[in-house]
Design a protein. Structure first.
Length: 240
């Protein structure tokens, strides 16, 4: 799980906490994500750390996740989203999940893994649909897919001219260990800006997986307000 970043764009609401520890409907995003992974029996879980690492360690230690094997990887210098995964290369001997620790998600991880194995892809990317799925109105990486959901193009950040695809990167990947060979060691390297374009250029098969669910981020105050409102609704419905 990627949890090394600082809450720069939402500093006024974060009170100095790492972004994954911002509370949504009374519970930190990181712990909600651990709840989600635990419900799918995902273990062990590696969490990369950089900004205020002790805060994340303490939050995890105080949570009710005794059944999870949680390990930490501390980065003295930030390595980027893909560089953080490369840093743990010795741990990956079979397909593994990469999860962004500052998103709230609720889809079936086991089904995504099964879809990845059936596709034969080098990497499968969870996608939400801009018009049909619940999200935080933040422009993420736009993904163009063919009829079989094979990824043909990826555009990070603002939507480029001519890119009309409704599919957006949801920040969860199933990755084959061979992909790590395309990530330089001990260097800052990003999935969206660096790795995905490189893989597509060399002809690697990247598969899209529609989540048919929600993807709520907390990158900005407006996005956090949406996440707070929607998770409160879900928490009330669960409590009934």
């Amino acid at each position: 799980m990627l949890a090394a970043g600082k809450s720069t764009r939402i500093a006024a609401r974060a009170s100095g906490l790492p972004k994954p520890l911002i509370a949504v409907s009374g519970r930190p995003i990181l712990l909600r994500t651990l709840d989600w992974l635990a419900s799918h029996e995902i273990s062990p879980i590696w969490i990369n750390l950089h900004y205020r690492p002790e805060s994340i360690r303490e939050a995890v230690a105080g949570a009710q996740h005794a059944d999870l094997d949680i390990r930490f990887s501390h980065e003295c210098e930030l390595l980027g989203t893909a560089g953080a995964v490369k840093n743990l290369e010795a741990e990956w001997t079979e397909p593994f999940l990469v999860v962004y620790g500052d998103n709230l998600l609720g889809f079936d991880v086991a089904d995504m893994v099964a879809s990845h194995r059936a596709s034969g892809a080098a990497l499968t990317m969870a996608l939400f649909h801009w018009e049909n799925d619940l999200h935080s109105q933040i422009a993420g990486g736009r993904v163009e897919c063919d009829g079989a959901m094979r990824i043909a193009n990826f555009t990070e950040g603002a939507v480029a001219d001519g890119v009309v695809s409704p599919w957006v990167n949801a920040g969860v990947y199933v990755v084959e260990p061979d992909v790590l060979g395309d990530i330089p060691p001990a260097a800052f390297f990003d999935f969206g800006k660096d790795l995905f374009p490189a893989l597509l250029q060399k002809g690697a098969v990247l598969q899209g997986y529609p989540i048919n669910s929600y993807c709520l981020a907390a990158d900005t105050p407006a996005a956090l307000d949406i996440a707070e409102r929607e998770m409160r609704k879900r928490d009330r419905a669960t409590a009934r």
